[in-house]
Structure formats: C-alpha cells, structure tokens
Ligand binder design. Structure first.
Ligand SMILES: [Fe+2]
Ligand SMILES: [Fe+2]
Length: 357
C-alpha cells in the first residue's frame, strides 16, 4: 500500500459494511509527484440486476449493488467520480436498466458507464444510451487520460441476421459455454476512433482504459476474450504507462503485456470460477495470476468484494478485499515490470483451497 493512502482513514466513515471488512467496490487512488494531483475514484462492476416479474427483482443482486452504492457514498476522502464497469442488467431489459439506474442515481458524484454484453444485446444499447450516454468516449482528469471502450460488440452477421428475436439474441449472448455465442470485439470503427483520440495524448501521460471484457485473450468459451485484443494493444503500445481495468470475469486476474498492465474487478453479484477449474478447452489464464481462493463455492457472496487501486507512479497498485478472505495486494513491481501479488506470488505462500466434503 502506498504511503499516500491511509486505508484506515479512508475507511473511517464506512461503517455501513455488512460483513465488517469488505466493500463490493473498487476504490482507486491516483497519486503523482505533485500531491495536489492525487485523486481517487470508485469502481463498481457487474451487478446483473435481474427482473423476475413486475417489480420483483433478484434480491441478492439488488443487495450487492445497493451495498456498493451506500458504501461508496460513505468513503473518505470522497471519490472524484465513479466508474460502473458494465453488466448493470442481466437481460438488458428496460425494467432492469431502470431499476439499476435508479439505484446508481443515489451515488454522490459523477458516474461513468462501461457497456456490458448483458446491457447491450436486447436492443443494441439503445435504451442504455438514453440513460447513460455514449458507448465509448474519453476524458481527462488531473493529468490522466481515461478511455472507455465498448469491447463487447461482435460480428454484424451474428448481431443482425442470426436471431429471430432480440430476446433470443440476448439470451444466446448471456450464456457461458454457448456454442451459439460469438466472440467480443472492439471493432474497426471504434479502433479508428481510439487511434485519433490517442493521437492527442502525450506519450508520457498515464493512460487508463476501461473495457468490459479483458483486452487480452484468456478463455474464448466464456468470452474472457476480446477478438481484436492485439490490435487494441498495438494502439496503446506507444504510451509509457498504460493500465487496463476490466470487469466481466467476476474474479481477480492480472497480467502484463508489453507496457500494458491489466487488472480485473470483482462483481457485486457473484464470482465466476476460474476457467481451468471447469473448462475442457484450452484457456490462457495469465501465468502471473494467482487465483483467489473460493472458500465455499456454494456461498456466492464469497469471492465478491472490492479493491482500491493506487497509481502512485502512473502504475497500479491494486488492493483486493474479498469477503471472508484475506486482503490481497497486487502492485506493479517497477523492477520486474509487471503486477505482482505482494502476499501470494510465491507458490509456498499461497492460500491452499479448502477441501469440501
Ligand atoms: Fe458480468
Ligand atoms: Fe459481462
């Protein structure tokens, strides 16, 4: 943890915690040489608000988001803004998006939104746009260039020609291991935009990119994957310090590809297992990533949680707080040139998974 960040002070007013120690949000502090430029922001992701019928929504997912909103509002210092990392809704419907938006409207501060596939594939983001604005955009904040991408689009033929109804299209994209699904991508149009956007940015300006899917290839069957990841990475390559934050995977992952550090966020709704615990197909979980322990796979609140990220040198130090598990810090190691788990990177120091009977 950086000296610039006092967690105790930071959390002193966050007394609304339901389990006492963990908040299902991401708290980010960006600290630079000039202390006046330090700032932080909150990052909430993957709430999957799901309508059962009428005003009945899946309570557990509601609670996850409500909790994140309440605790974000109690943070000290107050975050400069909040990022919502996508998959606000489960099936992309108006009632789900409205219900999610209403909960998010209680946040004190500006919210920047990232598109998730669960928000998109019913009406291709039309209603989401009415609520939240553009699907991809950039902004500058206190010396950092932020880019938000919509990384979950796919081939036009799949989107426009394959499905008799929008509901079926949404349902097909919502499933894991669905052979009827289609790989995510950023796409030509958005990459052209990104190229122009980045042309205005100095190479030593820290660049922080938010996408919903990882801008790297981990496991295709679950779309822990972006088809044109290498092409996006190539656009980011000229910059000295690039960090990509992503949701979608509902688990801790981190990686380093060239100059780009990658870190994922946990969901407020539920954790996904790691691909190799389940998948028969090849998967490419980054070798750097030490998996988070799931103490009880039948307790879905376990392995949800929060993290704050300190970018003291323009590089991220990510502090993951898991419910019912030890806090983990994954910090960029300048000497080794990649994110490193300060507690568990060494094999002998890792927490062994519990045995279940
Ligand atoms: Fe998700
Ligand atoms: Fe997703």
């Amino acid at each position: 943890m950086s000296n610039t960040f006092d967690r105790r002070q930071f959390l002193k007013n966050t007394t609304l915690t339901l389990t006492g120690t963990a908040l299902p949000i991401t708290m980010v502090e960006l600290a630079f040489a000039k202390s006046s430029d330090n700032f932080n922001f909150a990052y909430i992701s993957d709430s999957h608000i799901q309508q059962i019928k009428g005003n009945n929504f899946v309570r557990n997912w509601d609670r996850g988001l409500l909790r994140a909103v309440a605790e974000t509002n109690l943070l000290t210092p107050k975050p400069d803004f909040i990022i919502f990392g996508g998959d606000l809704a489960q099936m992309g419907s108006k009632p789900e998006l409205d219900h999610g938006a209403e909960m998010l409207s209680k946040l004190h501060g500006k919210v920047y939104h990232v598109m998730g596939e669960h928000d998109y594939y019913l009406d291709l983001g039309e209603y989401w746009s009415k609520l939240f604005g553009k699907h991809y955009y950039s902004f500058d904040h206190k010396g950092v260039h932020f880019v938000v991408l919509n990384s979950i689009i796919t081939y036009d033929d799949w989107t426009f020609n394959k499905w008799p109804t929008a509901q079926q299209r949404m349902a097909e994209m919502a499933g894991l291991d669905n052979p009827n699904g289609s790989p995510f991508m950023v796409g030509d149009k958005q990459r052209d935009w990104l190229k122009k956007d980045l042309a205005k940015v100095k190479k030593d300006t820290p660049v922080i990119v938010f996408s919903h899917s990882p801008l790297q290839k981990i496991y295709k069957g679950w779309n822990f994957w972006t088809e044109d990841a290498e092409a996006v990475q190539a656009l980011l390559a000229p910059f000295d310090k690039v960090t990509v934050f992503y949701g979608h995977v509902h688990q801790i992952q981190y990686n380093q590809i060239g100059n780009i550090a990658f870190t994922s966020a946990m969901a407020t709704a539920w954790p996904w297992p790691y691909p190799q615990a389940y998948a028969q197909a090849q998967q490419l979980l980054p070798k750097l990533t030490v998996q988070m322990n799931r103490a009880d796979p039948f307790f879905e609140r376990d392995a949800t949680g929060w993290q704050f990220i300190d970018v003291a040198t323009g590089r991220a130090s990510v502090n993951y707080n898991l419910y019912n598990n030890a806090t983990r810090t994954v910090a960029f190691d300048a000497q080794e040139g990649h994110p490193k788990d300060s507690g568990y990177q060494a094999v002998e120091k890792r927490i062994p998974p519990q045995t279940h009977y």
